[in-house]
Design a protein around this ligand. Sequence first.
Ligand SMILES: Cc1cc2nc3c(=O)[nH]c(=O)nc-3n(C[C@H](O)[C@H](O)[C@H](O)COP(=O)(O)OP(=O)(O)OC[C@H]3O[C@@H](n4cnc5c(N)ncnc54)[C@H](O)[C@@H]3O)c2cc1C
Length: 379
Amino acid sequence: MKNYKILIIGGGIAGLTAMNRLEAIGLSPILVEQAQSIRTDGTGILLGINAVSILAKMGLADHLAQNAIKLSAMVGLDEKGDKIVVDDLAYIEEKSGFGTYGIRRDTLSKILLESINQANIITGKKVVHIANEENGVKVSFEDGETHIYDIVVGADGIHSIARKSLFGDIPLRDAKQGCWRFIAEKPEEFMQNAIFEHMGLGKRAGYMPTDGGKLYIYALLDSDKFDKNNIPNHAQLLEQFQFGGLWKIVSSAITDESKCVFNEIKDLSEICITKGRVVLIGDAAHAITPNMGQGAAMGIEDADVLAEILSEKEDIKKALAKFEKRRYKRVKMIRDKSYILGKMAQSSSKILSAIRNVIFKKLPAKSLSDDTFKTLSKW
Ligand SMILES: Cc1cc2nc3c(=O)[nH]c(=O)nc-3n(C[C@H](O)[C@H](O)[C@H](O)COP(=O)(O)OP(=O)(O)OC[C@H]3O[C@@H](n4cnc5c(N)ncnc54)[C@H](O)[C@@H]3O)c2cc1C
């Protein structure tokens, strides 16, 4: 393995995982992050078996077992709180050998950070432009410095400057849904180790336990149900969510003290992976909607595959071309499936949502879990 000079832009989940995987094959990348410290904000994240199997390969299985909550099922509910469909995560664990976990994003960042050489991380360092040149990639920083690298890994998120420098302005596709995410104290009555989602008309809400005795709660509304210029506070939001069952316990956990993050749901209209000696990973390459809980997992897969390919091929351009071939179909399939699922899960049509519920109820036992296993066990 040549000692390539590699720059990773961005210290999110994709960038940190890439650093770990590239170090594991004997490389010493430098990671730059524009913020003054590696991000420890965010709310909750669902880690599917694909992400978990790579984290286990990274030696982090014990950390997950200690710091995250293993989930036994993903349960789809109607507005009243009646069960429509179950994805049996315990069964998927039996088949794959890997659990599905609920974790706070800051906990995951901390675990990843501890697994890499932090001496090679430079925070407060913003990239403003990159360009492929004959002898490498020229990277310009906000502080006026410029450096040349053999390979640049753009892991700088949905608004990636690496992508913009090489591919121009790629529009985001607006799913026309707003999403509120909360981290709240888990009420004592909430004992389930599972993730639940109520599917309503033009709205949906879900919740799962996470580490630290917290509950991760999310609520989505179609964009025509709120004013983007006057985002509702949690009390105004909850008035629109009169779901039954567990939701009554869960919604009372959302208080002024709960952490709240609001996002408009968007994905990237075109997948952009490589150009010259630059490779994009994570949201920079293929931001997806959160409906399958697979955004971060796709970045984790990218990082693992990139290291695998770089360890096999000396020629950088050939290696990156192979990476693109391997990743394009995979991330496109997940992006497209996730977008459709999001539309289906909160259809505002009474007829379509009734048909959806009937189809879900009639699914043969384990068929959804077999599909999840198939989708997440190979990439
Ligand atoms: C509502 C919602 C719910 C979600 N739920 C899940 C879930 O349950 N499971 C899941 O797997 N995924 C989920 N996701 C998706 C997941 O959060 C993202 O896919 C993932 O965090 C993206 O990681 P990343 O490292 O690619 O990008 P980011 O986390 O955006 O990290 C990019 C980093 O690059 C830095 N940066 C940016 N520009 C520059 C620059 N010019 N110079 C230097 N540094 C720079 C940023 O500061 C940031 O730290 C969800 C997303 C949303 C919106």
